[in-house]
Structure formats: structure tokens, C-alpha cells
Design a protein around this ligand. Structure first.
Ligand SMILES: Nc1ncnc2c1ncn2[C@@H]1O[C@H](COP(=O)(O)OP(=O)(O)OP(=O)(O)O)[C@@H](O)[C@H]1O
Length: 291
């Protein structure tokens, strides 16, 4: 099937162009192209193994494409390291919720904010230059030891920002600010990870199954939070299996199957797309039969 071109006339925030990723004989991502407009909530759906996480890994630099390009704010970023891509303003969460177990909720969030440090990281602009990167490392170490007033003031500012992100999750996270992450419930670990991503104030936030393992009440809370982010103008790319949530929150939906993008459109268009029903719902039915 030929995928209709994106008819949006705005300059996309992200453009994925003919992206290919293979693992041996498996074409996990097979010549996929799409765009994401600024401020949009875009959901990436598809059956298990259809290539969704691989796509997120390609965008965030965890994987390198065999072919094709990822273009962010007009700049080609495919081949960049995950750290460099994060600095450019793409934050992400992982499918299984990755937090540092022996760090508090607050410190887990602050870790995500290191790229916002100016006073504590003088000469940070040199860190990508191999011969000169030791200058920035030395300056950073000196600031960490001396902690002059302007560095302490910056730390307080970041702390206030971290609290702001925890407040999004209200009583779920804020009272647990000092708690070590390994003692948290699964849902709270996911919330911590989302707060860490948001603390980066990313231009694009990639969320890999933010409601996985959550009960209906917790899922409804995530839906509220996603809707709030959407009204704030945060651009989101979301992998999600819960179709009710996807239909409610998305401006645009991308559907993958067997590594290919088989359809894209508004929730209404996707709901009525025969190929999607066949690939996605049909397979779920047969899976249900196997259970
Ligand atoms: N590191 C890897 N090594 C080998 N094969 C891989 C690797 N990562 C993914 N694959 C394969 O690539 C294909 C796409 O996997 P991917 O995890 O991207 O799919 P997915 O749509 O995210 O699946 P799920 O919904 O189950 O998370 C699958 O066949 C998978 O087995």
C-alpha cells in the first residue's frame, strides 16, 4: 500500500526519512518515513515485534540506522550519540522503566537536568572536542569541589524545577522525594522516569509504553497527564498498546507491522482503516484465542 504523503505544510519538528534497521535477517524497521509537527501528540502503535521500540531507539540514538536519516529541527541527527541527542532536546523513557535504584526520586530527576547546568559546567562547549574536552572536565570538577555561591544558586533553581515536575504527579511522587527508587512501586518508577524526561524540558518527549503494568486508575491518571502536556504544547511520540488511550490523546497515529509503516492518520481515520484492523485487531484476536 502506498502511504499518502503528510499534507501538513508546517516545518516538522522531526522527520524520519526512509529509515532501515536490520538485526541479521530481521528487518525491524523497514524503509519507514514520517514527520512529527511541533505540539502534536503522535502515537506509534502496532502488534508485538512490529518495530516500535526499534524506531524509538533509532530516534534517540540508542541504535544507528543501516539506511535513512533522522532529521530534528532541520538538522540530521542520525549517527549522533544518545547524550548528544538528549542535549539537542529529545528525551525518552524506556519500556521497562529505567531508574537508578539506589538514588532518591529527586536525584533521579536531577540527573536528567545536568545538561541545564551552566555555572557548574563552564567551558561545556568544549566537551565534544577530543583534544580540549579535559578543560571542561577539569573546570566541572573544580566547581563541584568549591561550589561557589553562583553554583549553589543554580542547584537551588534546578531543585525547584525538579519539584515542579514531581508536582505533576501530586501525592504519588512529591511525598516520596527522598525515597530510594528501588523501594518505589512499579507505577511510581514509571512516573519518576517521565518526570526525569520532562525535567530536560525537551522539545520532543519519547514515551515507550508509559502505562505498561498500570491498573485502570493509574492508566487514567497517565491519560490526564498526557492531555495536560498536550495542552501545554509539549510534542510527544508515544508507544502505547492501550488503544482507548491512544484514540483519546493522539493528534496523529502511526501504525507499524512487520517493520513497515502500514498506515498513518487521525484517530478517526485509523479506527476505520481496514489494513490496521486486519494487522492489529485481527492479530490480537488470534492471540486471545491462543491464550
Ligand atoms: N537487539 C535486537 N537483536 C535482535 N533482534 C532484535 C533486537 N531488537 C529488536 N529485535 C527484533 O526486531 C523486531 C522488532 O522489535 P521491536 O522491539 O522494535 O518491536 P516492538 O514493536 O517494539 O515490540 P513490542 O510491542 O513487543 O515491544 C522483532 O522481531 C525483534 O525480535
Amino acid at each position: 500500500m502506498t502511504i499518502p504523503p503528510d499534507t501538513g505544510t508546517d516545518i516538522p519538528l522531526l522527520e524520519v526519512r526512509s529509515l532501515v534497521k536490520t538485526f541479521g535477517a530481521v528487518r525491524a524497521v523497514d524503509d519507514v518515513s514520517f514527520t512529527i509537527q511541533p505540539g502534536h501528540t503522535v502515537s506509534l502503535i502496532g502488534p508485538n515485534g512490529s518495530g516500535k521500540t526499534s524506531m524509538l531507539n533509532l530516534i534517540s540514538g540508542v541504535l544507528r540506522p543501516a539506511k535513512g536519516q533522522v532529521i530534528f529541527q532541520g538538522k540530521r541527527i542520525s549517527g549522533y550519540s544518545p547524550e548528544r541527542i538528549a542535549e539537542l532536546g529529545i528525551a525518552r523513557t524506556f519500556q521497562n522503566g529505567r531508574v537508578f535504584g539506589n538514588m532518591s526520586v529527586r536525584d533521579n530527576i536531577l540527573v536528567g537536568m545536568h545538561t541545564h547546568l551552566d555555572a557548574a559546567r563552564p567551558f561545556a562547549f568544549l566537551r565534544h572536542i577530543p583534544v580540549l574536552r579535559w578543560v571542561s572536565l577539569l573546570a566541572e570538577t573544580t566547581m563541584a569541589i568549591l561550589r561557589p555561591p553562583h553554583v549553589r544558586a543554580e542547584e537551588q533553581k534546578l531543585l525547584a524545577e525538579a519539584r515542579q515536575q514531581m508536582e505533576r504527579f501530586g501525592e504519588r511522587l512529591l511525598p516520596r522525594e527522598e525515597q530510594l527508587a528501588y523501594t518505589l512501586s512499579y507505577a511510581n518508577r514509571r512516573r519518576t522516569e517521565i518526570a526525569r524526561g520532562l525535567a530536560l524540558q525537551p522539545h520532543l518527549l519519547l514515551l515507550d509504553e508509559p502505562t505498561a503494568g498500570m491498573n485502570p486508575t493509574e492508566t487514567a491518571e497517565v491519560l490526564d497527564q498526557l492531555q495536560k502536556l498536550r495542552t501545554e504544547g509539549q510534542t510527544l511520540l508515544l508507544i502505547e498498546h492501550k488503544l482507548d488511550l491512544v484514540m483519546q490523546v493522539s493528534d496523529h497515529i502511526l501504525v507499524m507491522d512487520g517493520g513497515k509503516l502500514i498506515a498513518q492518520g487521525t484517530p478517526g481515520e485509523i479506527q476505520n482503516n481496514e489494513q490496521v484492523i486486519e494487522a492489529y485487531i485481527g492479530r490480537r484476536r488470534s492471540l486471545t484465542r491462543q491464550m
